[in-house]
Design a protein around this ligand. Structure first.
Ligand SMILES: Cc1cc2nc3c(=O)[nH]c(=O)nc-3n(C[C@H](O)[C@H](O)[C@H](O)COP(=O)(O)OP(=O)(O)OC[C@H]3O[C@@H](n4cnc5c(N)ncnc54)[C@H](O)[C@@H]3O)c2cc1C
Length: 407
């Protein structure tokens, strides 16, 4: 396994469970990148891709505004412009519906597997199955989101219940009065990502998975036209199969894959803190601002922002302010007094919104599982199972065709 984010960890888990001897390497530490500071919502409700009809017109203006939660740093980057062109090509009703069905099957399988995984292995990650609450401040936001909910119900059978007026604060007292409406999706769950990764790592070590941190893959070593070892900064590792779960960094490894991944890094921000006094009971998706607030027994996090600005780790104070002000519009107490961590990390975005989970052109024993967009936590267990089933030459539980490599 190359890459110890949630996807690589899930692949290592299902391969070990299937009887394989697994080594997992990461150039940093397990769960140290995107899988660390995300919002931890496991959300089949979020099945529709970013690429939907009209999204270009609605949001492209805001993409270039520095105070917007969506931002493209203006620069000459041909890969980014090629990606945007392909993204625009996916903003069609028929494509959106098709992508939604493919995403839902992996999301639902992953949601089921999380229940099994957490019960069977006792992973300590503040797992809760309250569902999520999508909160709309403005009446026009509620009207437009209600059309989306109708589509989710009729086309995909995803259950949701609406709350209006005083029923909203009765359900979630942490919200301000006067909001236009809210929708509760009972099928969602949430967990604390850093705790999940720590606990999962410990469980893999107990089961003799070899974990090598601060170990960078340099290249695959070929013998008779087939990779037989991974050359790393800590020496060579001999293996029969190689899986790249390298998230937003996958384009940097295109020579090893024989494929140019159509993946762009999109920076997101989060603020982690102790629970505020009036902490929400539910994870909240604040639809007007795009901000997510996730409560755990052990803390609380605000996260959002989609910034296409390459791989820079700079923390822009204007984005941090956006998180606070956006949350403050709907919550009585948006933040605790003390912020424990201000974090940025990169989502790996594909033009159609689906991850690539497949064999690579370089050789039949090299696989990739990357490009999980905004849903890597939600799709991790299903992805890990699918990779293990592919390597084992079993029929995958989820139809893999939608996840074939995009060229
Ligand atoms: C603000 C924010 C909020 C989010 N909220 C949610 C949410 O609520 N729900 C949800 O489902 N998803 C969410 N996501 C998305 C989710 O975080 C990602 O999709 C997921 O973490 C991706 O996991 P990964 O394993 O593919 O990548 P990563 O976690 O980035 O792991 C890739 C790993 O590969 C390693 N690596 C790279 N190159 C090499 C190399 N050459 N050699 C060795 N190792 C290498 C890296 O060090 C890294 O650890 C959010 C993302 C952000 C930014």
């Amino acid at each position: 396994m190359i890459g110890g984010g949630v996807i690589g960890t899930a692949c290592a888990h299902y391969l070990e469970a299937g009887g394989y001897s697994v080594s997992l390497i990461d150039r940093g530490r397990v769960g140290g990148e995107a899988s660390h500071g995300n919002c931890g919502v496991i959300c089949p409700s979020h099945l529709l891709p970013l690429a939907e009809p009209g999204v270009i017109g609605q949001t492209l203006g805001s993409f270039f505004r520095r105070r917007s939660p969506f931002f493209i740093a203006p620069r000459v980057d041909f890969d980014l412009w090629r990606w945007l062109f392909r993204f625009a090509g996916n903003c069609r009703e028929d494509q959106m519906i098709k992508t939604g069905h493919a995403a839902l099957s992996l999301l639902q399988q992953s949601r089921r597997l999380y229940d099994e995984l957490i019960n069977e292995y006792g992973l300590a990650c503040d797992w809760e199955t309250t569902g999520t609450l999508y909160v709309c401040k403005l009446p026009q936001t509620f009207a437009s989101f209600s059309s989306t909910v109708k589509l989710l119900q009729t086309e995909y059978g995803v259950a949701a219940r609406s709350y209006l007026g005083e029923n909203i604060s009765a359900l979630e007292p942490a919200l301000r009065p006067g909001l236009a409406g809210a929708w509760h999706f009972p099928g969602d769950a949430h967990l604390r990502p850093d705790r999940l990764l720590q606990s999962w790592r410990d469980s893999l070590v107990e089961r003799d998975v070899k974990i090598l941190e601060n170990t960078t893959l340099q290249e695959l070593v070929f013998n008779d036209g087939r990779p037989t070892a991974a050359r790393t900064t800590q020496g060579e590792i001999v293996a029969d199969h190689f899986v790249f779960a390298t998230g937003a960094f996958t384009p940097q490894l295109s020579d090893q894959l024989g494929w140019s991944p159509p993946i762009q890094p999109a920076k997101g921000y989060s603020l982690t803190m102790p629970r505020p006094k009036r902490c929400p009971n539910y994870p909240l998706n604040l639809v007007d601002s795009g901000i997510v607030a996730t409560p755990w027994k052990s803390g609380y996090r605000l996260g959002s922002i989609l910034e296409f600005s390459g791989y820079n780790r700079r923390i822009d104070p204007r984005r941090v302010t956006l998180l606070r002000t956006g949350a403050n519009e709907c919550l009585k107490e948006a933040c605790a007094d003390m912020i424990e961590e201000t974090w940025v990390g990169w989502r790996s975005m594909t033009p159609n919104g689906l991850p690539c989970i497949d064999r690579c052109p370089i050789a039949s024993n090299v696989y990739v599982a990357a490009g999980h967009n905004m849903l890597g936590m939600s799709m991790a267990t299903g992805t890990g199972q699918m990779i293990a089933q592919m390597i084992d030459e079993r029929v995958p539980s989820v139809d893999p065709n939608a996840y074939r490599l995009q060229f």
